[in-house]
Design a binder for this molecule. Structure first.
Ligand code: WTA
Length: 653
């Protein structure tokens, strides 16, 4: 492909919604893709491909499904929209994600290629070839089977960022069970309610996890969670920190002991799964109530994540790919564990914090492992930027060819720093907008299009995204509106685990008439058709890129005996994107004090986890509510930020 085909080429034919006819031409704040990024890019001509995909999405995804994965049995139909919004993809097809991630590579020359390189926080290194990873996964899959795990069962995983986490996930999916990974930063109650909702009888955890040279007692937290949700009858404990833990007879088993048993044979067939069988549940925060289990299924998720990684991040055989997310969140599921392995890539995983022991840790890792593509979050970038350029300048970052950002809007200042200091003005930045529910990147650059700092640019090929008003009409350029997806895509969530009504209500009711998926985000498009994501329109707060629901933090506060009622809001923060401000109404006879505020923060830390701890906590006599009793967080937010409070006609008093 040539330079011109990527740029400013008018495309013939009728424009589809969401498709600009041209890519923007030179203007002041536009970063044109370098020749090196365009040459041999997996996506040759973005605009052509995009028009082609939207002209016939079934033909487009059919081609991708054949290209990126193997099927045990072919599908009869690409898309079945008859039960919309419960769409079905690749109907009748049989496949297995662990087979595509491992077995098929082991059957060819990739057998001895490195699948995973891991570095511990203390510098310990481990590597796994495809063959070695395959054997570990098979062994653990056989262990799980011997523990009675069957196809369709749910298994909860609560571990640190170690290779065994990926091994556990792949072993679960290999035998057709369904994993629910709970981020290792969550605490007792968060873990307990997720176990309960998923009805997992088996829990996989670690003795502890390393974080900034200290240990987090995962097993203690797991024990407490199991006490609260006694449905768990087996706990497998992986040794990581070697700390003292309590093992309960006939319930708790050491990972390494089980893996040494004859039952842990290194060969295990991959269960043929229907394309629409459940693959995994991932709990995420929504508008109200308890976290919901977003369900992804076996066929479409694989096709979508592998396709996006191949085209957005241009993954090639000789890349060393580093997605620096946590496997406990969707970014890690899709782009640390599954998609890189499906594509037969070498992936790198790091256990610890970006600035531990020094702020050069990431850059040192890039140099030492010759990382070619780095995908991280704005919070990490801002956090490292704060320490100045010198930490990065000490390292040879010339292996890098592409950079990525995910999880929250990246401010142009951080974008430019990332581009100049880390990418050395050579590496395009893929600012990818997507969600747990979308499975993979949705609004995102590809390496061949011009970039604007702070804009996630354009929808991925085959994705029909738009910014609309409440009545569904399309917003004018630069007008804020609702971000919607107008047509289905293979990586879409299929339902909320055990609660299909909630799925419909949460995502498909805002624009029910039109049949569009509502993302929960607001956005605007500029005159070039580029998307600028503004943020959540609901009660979700993104703290350091982590997705939290106000409801979970509020119910943790209310579970304290001194608190009668509580409301939490997100307040913009330079470093973390947002921080939490909690308002608490105390029970009669209790007086607020700085000590009580600290106690309550500690309580949230215990119940939900350190990321959910409010930065500010105020005591109030009452909370603003609508006449129907709904807390008006918007008012609290306006008050804290000193903004106009707007329409208060629904306020009760
Ligand atoms: C936000 C993370 C701006 C957005 C993959 C979305 C972003 C929520 C971006 C989903 C981005 C994610 N620019 N905002 N590049 N990426 N978001 O489910 O508000 O943890 O709705 O998935 O993160 O968060 P989740």
């Amino acid at each position: 492909m040539s330079d011109q085909s990527a740029n400013s080429q008018a495309i013939e034919g009728a424009p589809h919604s969401g498709v600009p006819d041209n890519l923007p031409a030179a203007e002041s704040d536009l970063y044109q893709p370098p020749q090196s990024a365009i040459a041999n890019a997996n996506v040759a001509n973005y605009l052509d491909l995009r028009h082609e995909a939207l002209a016939d999405i079934e033909a487009y995804w059919d081609a991708r499904a054949r290209e990126v994965i193997d099927w045990f049995e072919p599908y009869e139909k690409v898309l079945d929209a008859s039960g919309a919004p419960f769409f079905k993809w690749f109907v009748g097809g049989k496949t297995n994600i662990a087979y595509n991630a491992l077995d098929r590579h082991v059957k060819m020359w990739r057998k001895n290629k490195l699948a995973l390189i891991w570095e511990a926080e203390d510098g310990e290194r481990r590597t796994y070839s495809y063959y070695q990873l395959w054997q570990e996964v098979n062994k653990f899959a056989n262990v799980l089977k011997s523990m009675g795990v069957q196809k369709g069962d749910t298994v909860t995983i609560y571990m640190g960022r170690i290779p065994e986490l990926a091994i556990a996930m792949l072993a679960v999916t290999k035998i057709g069970a369904v994993h629910s990974v709970v981020y290792g930063g969550f605490s007792e109650q968060a873990l307990a309610s997720r176990i309960e909702d998923a009805q997992s009888k088996l829990l996989i955890t670690c003795d502890g996890a390393w974080l900034r040279g200290k240990t987090v007692n995962l097993k203690d937290i797991a024990d407490e969670a199991v006490k609260r949700s006694p449905i768990v009858h087996t706990v497998i404990v992986c040794q990581r920190t070697m700390q003292e833990v309590q093992m309960t007879q006939a319930r708790d088993y050491w990972w390494h002991e089980l893996m040494a048993l004859p039952i842990a044979s290194p060969v295990c067939p991959s269960e043929p799964m229907d394309a629409e069988d459940p693959l995994f549940i991932l709990y995420t925060s929504g508008t109200t109530g308890r976290p919901k289990g977003v369900l992804h299924t076996c066929g479409g998720y694989q096709v979508y994540t592998a396709t996006t990684l191949k085209y957005v991040f241009d993954l090639k055989e000789d890349d060393c790919w580093w997605c620096a997310a946590d496997p406990g969140w969707i970014t890690g599921h899709s782009y640390i564990v599954y998609a890189p392995l499906i594509l037969g890539a070498t992936g790198f995983m790091y256990e610890g914090a970006p600035d531990y022991p020094y702020p050069n840790r990431y850059w040192k890792l890039v140099e030492e492992y010759s990382i070619t593509i780095l995908y991280t979050a704005p919070t990490a970038i801002r956090g490292l930027m704060r320490f100045g350029d010198a930490w990065a300048e000490r390292h040879d970052l010339s292996s890098l060819r592409l950079l990525g950002s995910v999880g929250e809007p990246i401010n142009p200042e951080a974008w430019r720093w990332y581009h100049r200091v880390i990418g050395q003005e050579r590496c395009p930045i893929m600012d990818t907008w997507w969600q747990t529910e979308t499975g993979g990147c949705m609004i995102t650059p590809t390496p061949v299009i011009p970039l604007k700092p702070g804009s996630a640019t354009l929808p991925f090929t085959g994705i029909d995204a738009a910014v609309v008003r409440e009545d569904g009409s399309t917003c004018e350029p630069n007008e804020d509106g609702y971000l919607v997806i107008k047509r289905p895509w293979p990586g879409m969530a299929r339902t909320v685990w055990g609660d299909p009504d909630r799925y419909v209500e949460q995502y498909w009711s805002e624009f029910a008439k039109q049949g569009w998926y509502f993302t929960g985000d607001s956005a605007r498009r500029d005159a070039d058709g580029y998307f600028w994501i503004i943020g959540r329109m609901d009660d979700v707060i993104k703290v350091s890129g982590y997705r939290l629901g106000t409801a979970e933090i509020e119910s943790a506060l209310v579970s304290h005996p001194d608190v009668a009622e509580s409301a939490c809001i997100g307040i913009p923060d330079e470093l973390r994107g947002n921080v939490i401000h909690a308002f608490c109404m105390l029970n009669a006879g209790v007086t607020g004090s700085p000590d009580l505020a600290d106690t309550l923060k500690l309580h949230v830390r215990h119940e939900v986890g350190p990321i959910a701890v409010p930065a500010e906590l105020s005591f109030v006599d009452s909370l603003p509510k609508t006449r129907s009793g709904k807390i008006m967080r918007r008012l609290l937010k306006a008050q804290v930020q000193g903004l106009p409070i707007g329409d208060v006609s629904t306020l009760a008093e």
